[in-house]
Ligand binder design. Sequence first.
Ligand code: T46
Length: 132
Amino acid sequence: MNKTLIDLPAFGDERGILVSLEAQKSIPFEVKRVYYICKVKEDKPRGFHAHRNLQQLMVCVSGGCDLVLDNGITKQTLRLDDPTKGLVLEGVIWREMHNFTSDCVMLVMSSHHYDENDYIRNYDDFLKEIKK
Ligand code: T46
C-alpha cells in the first residue's frame, strides 16, 4: 500500500507547537492545491473513492478521524489525530473517513488541481481499474 505516515517538522515550546510544511521538502511533491474539511458531523463518513493519479498529504490539525485504506488486496484502518503527523497517499487507494470528532479539521495538500475525472467513486469500478 502506497501510504506513509511522516513526522512533520514541529517546533514546540512553552507557547505551544508550530508545524511548518514546505513543498518538496517536508511535503514530498509539488503542491498545487490545498483544502480542508471542517465542521464535520461525527456520524457522517466521507471519502468512498480512489484517485487515479494524485498524491496527497493529509493532516488532522485538530481532532481526528479513522481512515480506512484499501488497495483492493488489503484493507487497513488508522487513526489520524496528531497535528505533527501527516499521511502521504499515492497510487490507486480506496479511502473512507469515519468517526470524526466534532472538532476535526483535516488539512489536505494535493499534487494536482481538482479534477472530478481523477475520482473513482464506485467500488466495483475501483476493483476493475486496479486489475488492469
Ligand atoms: C480526498 C478526501 C480526503 C471541489 O470543488 N474542489 C476540491 O478541491 C475538492 C477536494 C472537492 N470539491 C468539491 C467536490 C464535491 O462537490 O467539494 C465537494 C465535496 O467533495 P468530496 O465529496 O469529494 O469530499 P470528501 O471529503 O468525500 O473527499 C475529499 C476529497 O475530495 C478527496 O480527494 O482524498 O477528501
